[in-house]
Design a binder for this molecule. Structure first.
Ligand code: ADP
Length: 248
């Protein structure tokens, strides 16, 4: 029996920034396979290449050399438009700073990816309301980001990431701006997306307590993968932290 084609496969991926004397090799020939349904934490010191690899995986940037296969398709040879389409169809993004539109309701923030996709207003309304409900924010649809706590804003951002039913959620330091309790609540949500919905989660974090939820830990050092290991005892539930979406 042959092994399944990985969802994501990087082969000899390099990234060079700048030119001449200012040239910097940010990724030094990365090989990385990620299967559908994995929950991977990407760790490593500042400047080790984590954001660079996430930008490539998220189809926001392209490798200088090497191959990026997504479901077996060569992403590095797609046009910019084709990459954007792939991004819209398969990928959801969660950022450290939430990146919500200010003065725009939670509902409208979550509807945005569907608007870009050209969905009708009735489809957008229903899907966004369901996504907000699934992150524990039913009843908060009309609130703007400034009326929500950091944890709630990140929930809205997660709802926005999953409203398109992506195959992969890419999360860049998703708990970096949150206190410990809210961080665990957000990790509980990511865990549930992975466990209950089969969404592949790729998360950059420098916090071992948050990486502990992942099933696999990939350590970057100096533009290369220094360690790639299975987490033998990942956290499998939210450790008794009950989401309290009603609190501000
Ligand atoms: P990390 O996310 O692990 O902190 P990055 O991927 O941001 O690391 O950066 C890797 C290396 O590439 C660093 O030395 C950084 O200074 C450099 N770098 C990142 N982005 C750029 C850019 N747009 N132009 C030039 N150098 C960059």
């Amino acid at each position: 029996m042959s092994l399944p084609v990985p969802l994501i496969s990087l082969r000899g991926v390099t990234k060079v920034y700048g030119s001449g004397q200012n040239q910097l090799l940010a990724l030094k020939g990365i090989d990385l396979d990620i299967q559908q349904g994995e929950f991977v934490a990407i760790m490593g010191p500042s400047g080790s290449g984590k954001s660079t690899v996430m930008n490539i995986l998220g189809c926001l940037d392209t490798p200088s050399q090497g191959q990026y296969l997504f479901k077996g398709a060569h992403v590095e040879s797609l046009t910019r438009d084709q990459r954007a389409r792939l991004r819209r169809q398969y990928l959801g993004f969660v950022f450290q700073g939430f990146n919500l539109l200010a003065r725009t309701s939670a509902q409208e923030n979550v509807e945005l990816p569907l608007l870009y996709r050209g969905d009708d207003i009735s489809v957008r309304r229903e899907a966004a309301a369901m996504a907000l409900k699934s992150v524990g924010l039913a009843g908060w649809e009309r609130h703007t980001p400034s009326e929500l706590s950091g944890g709630q804003q990140q929930r809205v951002a997660i709802a926005r990431a999953i409203v398109t039913a992506p195959a992969v959620v890419l999360a860049d330091e998703p708990t970096g701006n949150l206190d410990t309790r809210r961080s665990h609540e957000i990790m509980g949500l990511l865990l549930a997306l992975n466990r209950d919905h089969g969404i592949t989660v790729l998360m950059v974090t420098h916090e071992p307590d948050m990486a502990a939820y992942a099933h696999r830990l990939v350590h970057f050092v100096d533009g290369g993968i220094a360690q790639d290991r299975v987490n033998p005892h990942p956290i499998t539930s939210e450790q008794g932290v009950i989401p309290t979406a009603t609190e501000n």
